[in-house]
Design a protein around this ligand. Sequence first.
Ligand SMILES: [Mn+2]
Length: 328
Amino acid sequence: MITENKTITDAILAQIQKHDRIVLCRHENPDGDAMGSSLALARIIRLTWPDKDVRVVNTGIVPDSLSFLEPEDTCDVSFYEGALVIALDCAVLNRMANKDYARGDFFIKIDHHPNVEPFGDLCWVEPHRGATSEMIADLAATYADVLKMDAEAALELYVGIVTDTGRFQFGTTPETMRICADLLAYGFDTSRMFANLYLEDYEYKLFCAQTTAQIQRTEAGVAWLYITQETQEKYHLTHEQAGNTVLLLNDIKGSMIRIVFIDNGDGTTRVRLRSRFIVINTMAEKYHGGGHAFASGATVHNAAEMQALLHDADKLQREYVLAHNEVK
Ligand SMILES: [Mn+2]
């Protein structure tokens, strides 16, 4: 285990052992890591202690690309009495997809985002990790004499790591690869996994082609797109698909910062920010958001705020270009 937090993980394990009812939750609008880490931890606990009642409880819709994973559970509020609640991959409480998280007896945070909002009776946060799923895989390996794993749990953790690292482009350490090697040894079907995660509908491909033609760039080279409500309706875009348009901007030379504005239809605009080399989460925080150094989210409330954000991004990229000879 590369964690320096063995005292905390010992305490987490003790809490899991102690509680008969456990609720696992994650952030809203789930991605592969939020789903993978929570489903896998639930599975590991059930395999290890079949008598414990473990539920993965969240509200909201699971995206199609993740519907091949195990289904989540439900429970009524009485379930929380005396229960342990564990939040996975959720940096801040207002993004929790389970609004009943505070009803339990004991509350634990497990996450790999910068710890801008420590919460819970126990808080295990390691921002150097590529994914929360990597932390759970490491937990299972470290306590292998106690915790049981199987191929399905390994698949769920692998999904979390593959998706959060952008297929091993970001946040991938030697430890990430060692952990993944151990997960692959369980022998799950990676072809089926990749087909579920990354194949796209024909209609969405057409949307991508037309949207690519609308990419704009600021003076310093920041690439950006604005996705209107009409476009989202015309192409029946899911929340996830609309957000993924930021990927269309990924591979443009000289556009280190990429931004997609997505009209929420309620006067606010969701912003997804990506970057190579330039730290952008401080800028995201200025616009009601935050996140990782090179992948953040924000919200703007009017055209002026959108222009201000673009201006700030342009300035950041300009400063970077001036300080570096090689621009990629
Ligand atoms: Mn994550």
